[in-house]
Design a protein around this ligand. Structure first.
Ligand code: PMP
Length: 295
């Protein structure tokens, strides 16, 4: 067990206590949610798939026409240095970039330079009991926006859709929200991707159905075939969750977590299943192989 250390933040070239890190009230990240972030897991002193997180960050920046204030190689060093300074082998990295300061008004053209920060904190996971028993999902009354509204493949600072879906789930006594897209197909959970097992095969919605291209999701899709579990992308409805032998969520913060119910009805056996257990072991080993050593 790691001891909780105070969160640290790299900002403006220095690593400081996170409570000292400041953003301007004129920053469009705050005024309009105009910016991007990455949530990256540190396990066993290794930063998991840092190259892939940085690649997603860079693609997102291109998609919203935001010029990163430093080259990716430097951002990589910033992440590793902040993780090293935090010194805990189990941690969570929040890398973020905002459009920077500008006058009031949504126009980003007078803003800049973009402002970068890297926060490293202890990780708060689902409690052990939830992991053992499985979590409860409810279908959100909110829909995940489509690429014609705000492409969910961009991990933007605009997370109000996710926040409100989570709030609704919590107020309905559940742990997590299942979000559908405008066509009624499963997109993802509030801040995690969705997998089901049917006929021994793993299925997850394609990103074009409204999911973030999750790094944990990609890892599961890569690991499963080596374990003899076929895995592919396929559109899913709520039907597929009720028909599934197993269902689980994936995310850097959530890890791999089993779903035991949807809208008060049992999913699968009503407990995390054997495929998830197999994948969780393989996933843990993947941290050692796919992580960049920081500590
Ligand atoms: N979807 C959303 C909306 C998320 O915020 C996250 C967490 N970053 C995920 C999926 C899972 O992605 P990853 O495995 O890259 O953390």
């Amino acid at each position: 067990m790691s001891v909780d250390r105070p969160a640290l933040c790299w900002i403006d070239g220095a690593i400081v206590d996170a409570r000292e890190a400041r953003f301007s009230i004129r920053d469009h990240g705050l005024l309009y949610g105009d910016g991007l972030f990455e949530g990256i897991r540190v396990r066993h002193g290794r930063v998991f798939r840092l190259g892939d997180h940085l690649a997603r960050f860079a693609v997102g920046a291109r998609a919203i026409a935001l010029e990163l204030p430093r080259p990716l190689a430097e951002i990589r060093e910033i992440v590793l240095a902040t993780v090293r300074a935090h010194g805990t082998p189990e941690a969570y990295v929040r890398l973020l970039v905002t459009r920077g300061e500008g006058p009031l008004g949504v126009d980003p053209t007078p803003c800049g330079p973009a402002r970068l920060a890297c926060l490293v904190a202890s990780i708060a996971l689902y409690p052990e009991e939830k992991r053992r028993l499985g979590i409860d999902l409810v279908t959100s009354s909110l829909r995940r926006p489509g690429p014609d509204v705000l492409d969910p493949r961009v991990k933007s600072l605009n997370y109000l859709n996710n926040v409100l879906a989570k709030l609704e789930a919590r107020s309905r006594g559940a742990d997590e929200a299942l979000l559908l897209n405008a066509a009624g197909l499963v997109a993802e959970a509030a801040v995690a991707n969705v997998f089901v097992a049917r006929g021994g095969e793993l299925l997850t919605p394609p990103a074009t159905d409204g999911a973030l291209e999750g790094i944990t999701r990609a890892t599961v899709l890569e690991l499963a075939p080596a374990l003899g579990i076929p895995a592919r992308e396929r559109s899913l409805g709520r039907f597929d969750l009720f028909a599934a032998e197993e269902c689980f969520l994936t995310g850097s913060g959530a890890g791999l977590v089993g779903v035991r119910s949807l809208d008060g009805r049992r999913v699968g056996s009503g407990a995390p299943g054997p495929l998830l257990a197999k994948l969780a072991v393989a996933f843990d080993e993947a941290y050692a192989l796919r992580g960049e050593r920081a500590l």
